[in-house]
Ligand binder design. Sequence first.
Ligand code: MSP
Length: 506
Amino acid sequence: MVTKKSFYITTPIYYVNDAPHIGHAYTTLACDTMARYKRLNDYDVKFLTGTDEHGQKVDKAAAAAGMDPKAFVDKVSQTFVHLAKEMAVINDDFIRTTEPRHIKAAQHLWNELIKRGEIYLGGYAGWYAVRDEAFYVESDLIDGKAPTGAPVEWVTEPSYFFKLSAWQDKLLEFYEQNPDFIQPESRRNEVISFVKGGLLDLSVSRTSFKWGVPVPNDPDHVMYVWLDALTNYITALGYPDTNSDDYQKFWPESVHVVGKDILRFHAVYWPAFMMAAGLTPPKKIYAHGWWTVDGVKMSKSLGNAINPIELIDTFGLDAVRYFLLREVSFGQDGDFSRQAMINRYNSDLANAYGNLVQRVLSFIYKQCEGKVPEHGELTVSDQALLTEAEALPPLLEKDMDHFAFHKYAEHIWQVIFKANQYVDDQKPWGLKVTDPARMQTILYILAETIRKIAFMTQPILPIASAQILDQLAVKNRDLEAFSEALKPGTLLPEPKGVFPRWQEAK
Ligand code: MSP
């Protein structure tokens, strides 16, 4: 039996202090697209997302809502479950850090660190930013605020510390031996210089509030929310049982996709915690950029956060997925504006892809008795278009290896543009009377090209790709069937337009 290659991809777990916006939707969509792509390539995939439900930030949000924290997190975490459904995300698990399986895993990790002498009891006196759930030293502050702009408060309390300072050299060695651990490269360099700058021991427990995983054997303390939260990635694989099938199969192939703001937690603290507990760190951390709206940072106070569900209701899911993944190169910051969304939709989806599919399939339906056309001998131009489409899988594999979703789309759209050009050059409509056989050949080439394109757009545009493949009567949609050409004579259903042109209401 051939064993499948495995792939484990995770989103950060989202704080349940507030409703989701497009920034959250973005990470989840990128992971879903990658997971769909790997499934298409016959990988055994596990895709994890979930919610981060402990800590002071969530505790304060619950208090502000006048709710008991547990009732509050039960309610808000559902908005993230709902968002994943609305985005047609195929996640294999949804983890909540208030679940017993997770509390057990986090406490087990804590005990391991204690057992190995990696945690000691001390006292913390320093700055803390609840919004970032992060500790800062005086020299980090800019105008009395955290470097992120978050307000800080002075905290003095008994605290357990993780001996992070002892892991500086081992972390640097780890980055050296695993050059692909942090992606993209520019982020890797940032992390390395941060670690080279020296690491302080990290406070890993709090005593001034109760909403957290209780520290084993010391009920006055709750675990620092990041130590609790990071553990989610292995809880979902069955930790503390590292011999479980899932742990064995998926952990060596783990990829954490995170926003650039939380890279340090993932690329410094997390591998240090894991190595200190005698575990192997994840395989890869990919940090993406941030979205602004009309050039401005999204924030509660400005009330400018874009609700992804409203966006989907307006433009459709595929359009939102396409825009977010195509508009900026993954890793860079991007700006959302309604006009940019409409422009992208009309130029790439309606005018290019939608138009190609619509004009070709409706013509075939009317002029070829609703069947896949017959083809005669192929000309150089016929062969050239087919070759372009055939070349997509290896090209796109490289793009996905680099998380280059925008390039993935760009490469497909180059073929779409060429196919539209081919229609304009070959003018099949004019051949109906003069050369019907040639008309059929041209239409066959186009149907085949559309089939190949639709195979490859599945990870980004799941709904439209399925509709197009339905309209071509294609059954097996895994990449192994990419080379199974359409059979002339196959009956086709009546086509329906996939991306009608967007027009602003007057
Ligand atoms: N709970 C932590 C993660 C713990 S993972 C063990 C957290 N949660 S968060 O809800 O604040 O952020 C989750 C993700 O959303 C982060 O990757 C963050 O970068 C991303 N985004 C939040 N706002 C964003 C934008 N404006 N643009 C793009 N992504 C952004 O951090």
